[in-house]
Design a protein around this ligand. Structure first.
Ligand SMILES: NC(=O)C1=CN([C@@H]2O[C@H](COP(=O)(O)OP(=O)(O)OC[C@H]3O[C@@H](n4cnc5c(N)ncnc54)[C@H](O)[C@@H]3O)[C@@H](O)[C@H]2O)C=CC1
Ligand SMILES: O=C(O)CCC(=O)C(=O)O
Length: 455
């Protein structure tokens, strides 16, 4: 049993905990990275509050309550059979039903989904809505597939997943590679198998149970959060230059909100490269990107050809000078070198739209230079927050207006900012949003787990 007298130093606590965790599943590097980031920043708090260590809360939080893995066979348009792997990681249900997105991408494996589900635990807690944490998906690659192939894949995936989810059990949504089209196919199959019309999935179409503002929520929420950070230095987006990575859901709606607030968006990217438009991507050009990515499913390079701007293949946009960076593509897309370039070029604010886009070394650099840095679990929580509001509307059989949902989203992001400041403000006034988000997210889950006995 750990007592105050036998407590190790924070560094020893982190090392001992991480070496035990890594020994269990040595290949799960993304999961270990996400846990290390949390444990490193929580360690001093845990030393001062030994009850959480005594109750082995971290050990319990890093072991998923349940992992489901299954075969997903499907047929392409030519009649060839393919077999993919499906997963759902049901991470933590201390404060509500498992909640979190589904990712369809060839890189998907258990390590990635465990890192995402672990992050989701803190993120969902920060929203202050009653949502536990889960994440799932498949190594299926929707790129280059026809609508009919994507539908057959989704139907096969849901045929198994439907046994494990439900409005009071586990409520999936979208993530990379899973947007409105996929949620439609998944929902249709769930309804058919279970013979029920419930809010089991979120991100649904507005005509059939979806919430207004859910597509916009992650991007808008990230910009609302960044605006709160800027306010602490007496600044706002008006006149700032903003670099965005990705060109999917989060990137598009982050850009829409930045443009509305008077900022200049200069970059977008996809897995093949990035475009740099020094004149700024205005609403009309953004509309072109939305059509290119959401309807024509083309490559971002086509933007450079249409508007005659620079395209850099196989690269990320962080060498371009900006004031604010909103990484909105994928994990580990800003390494130490990228972070150094950003800071040396005058970037003073990084707000993560993606999950874990910054490596550990990049985060250490942000903190060393005391720039405004928001970890994704705080700043991209707007997506799951509006998913929570979609669940509420489904339960009440009501539909809120666009303005009502947007107002609630703004309030939630401001509350999360407040929580981060509360737990992350240091003696010199600097706000360490990473520490603030981790302590703020941890407490509600940890206290709920302790109240519910040894589960
Ligand atoms: N959709 C949502 O509500 C939420 C999404 N997120 C996170 O935001 C990030 C983006 O997700 P979405 O926009 O929803 O997905 P999406 O599928 O709509 O877009 C993903 C974008 O990332 C790019 N991308 C994917 N892999 C890449 C790679 N290896 N290198 C460079 N670019 C790459 C794609 O080309 C695409 O532009 C992910 O980290 C996701 O987990 C976080 C919170 C909520
Ligand atoms: O809306 C949701 O339930 C999930 C959003 C998500 O996957 C995320 O926050 O990373």
């Amino acid at each position: 049993m750990t007592t105050t007298a036998t407590l190790p130093s924070p560094t020893k606590l982190v090392d001992e905990f991480m070496s035990k965790l890594s020994r269990k599943d040595p290949h799960e590097v993304e999961f270990h990275q996400a846990v290390h980031e949390v444990v490193e920043s929580l360690a001093p708090y845990l030393m001062a509050h030994p009850q959480y260590m005594k109750e082995k809360i971290l050990e319990r939080m890093t072991e998923p309550e349940r992992v489901i893995q299954f075969r997903v066979p499907w047929m392409d348009d030519r009649g060839n059979i393919h077999v993919n792997r499906g997963f759902r990681v049901e991470m933590n249900s201390a404060i509500g039903p498992y909640k979190g997105g589904l990712r369809f991408h060839p890189s998907v494996n258990l390590s990635i989904l465990k890192f995402l589900a672990f992050e989701q635990t803190f993120k969902n807690s920060l929203t202050d809505l009653p949502m536990g944490a889960g994440k799932g998906g498949s190594d299926f690659d929707p790129k280059g597939k026809t609508d009919a192939e994507v539908m057959r894949f989704c139907q096969s995936f849901m045929t198994e997943l439907s046994r494990h989810i439900g409005p009071y059990t586990d409520v999936p949504a979208g993530d990379i590679g899973v947007g409105g089209r996929e949620i439609g196919f998944l929902f249709g199959q769930y309804k058919r198998l279970r013979n029920e019309f419930t809010g089991t999935l979120t991100g649904k179409g507005v005509e059939w149970g979806g919430s207004l503002i859910r597509p916009e929520a992650t991007g808008y929420g990230n910009v609302y959060f960044a605006r709160e950070m800027l306010k602490t230095q007496g600044k706002d987006f008006n006149g700032l230059t903003v670099s965005i990575s990705g060109s999917g859901n989060v990137a598009q709606f982050s850009a829409e909100k930045v443009i509305e607030l008077g900022g200049k968006v200069i970059t977008f990217s996809d897995s093949s490269g990035y475009i740099y438009d020094p004149a700024g991507i205005d609403s009309e050009k953004l509309e072109y990107i939305m059509d290119l990515k959401n309807n024509r499913r083309g490559r971002i390079k086509e933007y450079a050809e249409k508007y005659g701007v620079k395209y850099v293949p196989n690269a990320r946009p962080w060498a371009e000078k900006c004031d604010v960076a909103l990484p909105s593509a994928t994990e580990n897309e800003i390494d130490e070198n990228d972070a150094r370039m950003l800071i040396e070029n005058g970037c003073f604010c990084v707000a993560e739209g993606a999950n874990m886009p910054s490596t550990t070394e990049a985060i250490h650099l942000y903190l060393k230079h005391k720039i405004l840095y928001a970890p994704g679990k705080a700043s991209n929580a707007g997506g799951v927050a509006v998913s929570g509001l979609e669940m509420t509307q489904n339960s009440m059989r009501l539909k809120w207006t666009r303005e009502e949902v947007d107002q609630k989203l703004l309030q939630i992001m401001q509350n999360i900012h407040h929580t981060c400041v509360k737990y992350g403000k240091q003696k010199d006034g600097f706000v360490n949003y990473e520490v603030g988000a981790n302590i703020g997210g941890f407490l509600k889950v940890a206290n709920s787990m302790m109240a519910q006995g040894l589960v």
